[in-house]
Design a protein around this ligand. Structure first.
Ligand SMILES: [Zn+2]
Length: 496
């Protein structure tokens, strides 16, 4: 009802002029939002909404309880949001909120985040590498229990999900709550979709929400999901921090290699065992990698970096027509940058027989493959088959319905990208917004049919070590960073 009143009031007054907008942005709360938001994120972390390691598996009874209770926690915490926006649950693992705008006939905007988290056991996390390929907090145990949400005197909020991705859910809701309290009504409808199974592929959450939005014939002006962060020292000698805005996403497929044999006793082995053939295929794939290639997105990334790098590097990056092959070789030296310029193949699981003196009658290995634009799931399968079949090794999809072709780049020229980039610059001074290729997968891929322009970005400044804590041990977020994240969403929502 209140919303209707505000809606009518605002509709009459037309869009706020720039002066009014500036005033509102200047008046954005910082200190006063601080203690509330920190406490809210800390409480959110205390719900162990752990997605199991397998799709559809919620892991434990405790997790199931947490998933059931989490939406209620949000409703109690953000009363204004939940009384003034329209709420629905397209599935048990998906929440959808609609904030009606002044002009509901215009294309709406969609913000997404997820509230499930990966498990937090030490043995699972220690020594792992994150999806972005950055070094994890190897060997460290949790300093505080992972679901305690402890806030230390230095202002750190500790726990699983602080970064991935309860910061997204909490920051968005804090921002909307605060804008509602100022009487703000957005120009167009804004939707918020929160998934509860992103870490296990997102079928029940984002998948079902997207299907429902498509059924209604909705098409969004743009979508903003979680993604890369703001990082310093992205390239050696860089003078500014870089806000990496994901505009495209690599494809994904898991392939299983299998080799059959007669088995038998290992005291009389044949010249080649099933496991030996698998190993030979793996060795060949590692020595003959997919070719290096500079896609248009990576070219744009490098061009955007020019103003912030040393003269020598700027010269190389400004003349990619000539120095392209050299730049590719430089990028290939580091696994993080190498992943941007080729399809990567990682052997992750392997199996032979179950006893030391038994020859395997079946051996297998799994390849986790991230596909660069220009190739597809099918073309990658074909290439791997060519190598495998020479060794009499079979190749098949591990889960055929979990394969994804690369997602092409969203517009870098249009209004939506500029809106995100300008908001980055106003909240994070001395930061360069850079279009970027995501090499991990996010919920956003599920929304391909309802949004042509999809961007992935998490508005926090993180150093390499804190990035490594995502999916690792000792995940944490600084209170200041949380406030900046809220201010980012407040500003962008105010401009939508
Ligand atoms: Zn995530």
């Amino acid at each position: 009802m209140l919303l209707r009143t505000l809606y009518l009031r605002r509709r009459g007054s037309g869009p706020p002029d720039n002066q009014e907008k500036e005033k509102r942005e200047e008046a954005l709360p910082t200190a006063e939002v601080f203690p509330r938001a920190v406490e809210h994120l800390s409480s959110a972390v205390q719900y162990p909404t752990v997605s199991g390691l397998e799709p559809g598996d919620s892991g434990s009874k405790e997790a199931e309880k947490a998933f059931a209770e989490f939406p209620g926690f949000l409703r109690n915490t953000y009363r204004r949001v939940f009384s003034e926006l329209e709420l629905e649950f397209p599935s048990e693992r998906g929440m959808l909120l609609r904030w009606p705008g002044r002009d509901s006939a215009e294309k709406p905007v969609l913000f997404t985040a997820h509230y499930d988290v990966v498990p937090a056991a030490d043995e699972q996390a220690a020594g792992t590498k994150t999806d972005s390929g950055t070094e994890g907090a190897a060997g460290e145990g949790w300093l505080f229990p992972p679901f305690s949400g402890i806030v230390t005197d230095e202002g750190w909020i500790w726990g699983r999900g602080t970064l991935d991705n309860k910061i997204g859910v909490i920051s968005l809701l804090e921002a909307v709550e605060s804008l509602l309290s100022e009487g703000f009504v957005p120009r167009t409808d804004i939707y918020f979709a929160f998934g509860g199974d992103e870490e296990t592929k997102g079928k029940e959450g984002a998948g079902r929400i997207a299907a429902e939005l498509e059924r209604r014939g909705l098409e969004f002006r743009f979508l903003l999901d979680e993604g890369m962060v703001i990082t310093r020292g992205f390239l050696p000698g860089m003078r500014k921090a870089a806000a990496l805005i994901g505009v495209a996403e690599k494809g994904y497929v898991d392939l299983e290699l299998t080799a059959e044999d007669t088995g038998g006793h290992s005291s009389m082995p044949p010249p080649r065992t099933a496991l030996g053939r698998i190993a030979s295929v793996l060795a060949q794939l590692e020595s003959r990698k997919f070719p290096l290639r500079m896609t248009s997105v990576v070219r744009r990334t490098l061009e955007h970096l020019v103003p912030a790098v040393s003269f020598g590097t700027a010269f190389l990056l400004s003349n990619l027509w000539f120095f392209g092959p050299l730049v590719l070789r430089i990028l290939d030296r580091d696994p993080t940058t190498s992943s941007l310029i080729r399809t990567t193949v990682a052997a992750t699981m392997a199996q032979g027989s179950s006893k030391e003196n038994v020859l395997p009658s079946r051996a297998s290995a799994v390849l986790n493959i991230r596909i660069l634009a220009g190739e597809t799931v099918v073309s990658v399968l074909q290439r791997i088959k060519e190598t495998a079949e020479k060794e009499n090794v079979q190749v098949r999809y591990l889960n055929q319905d979990e394969t994804d072709d690369p997602i092409e780049s969203s517009s870098i020229e249009g209004e939506a990208y500029s809106l995100i980039a300008d908001t980055v610059c106003s909240i994070f001074p001395d930061t360069l917004a850079v279009p970027f290729l995501m090499n991990g997968t996010t919920d956003s891929s599920k929304y391909r049919r309802v949004a042509k322009n999809i961007y992935r970005f998490t508005p926090v400044v993180l150093d390499r070590r804190d990035v490594g804590r995502i999916h690792g041990t000792n995940e944490r977020l600084g209170s200041e960073a949380l406030v900046q994240s809220i201010r980012f969403y407040q500003t962008i929502l105010g401009r939508c």
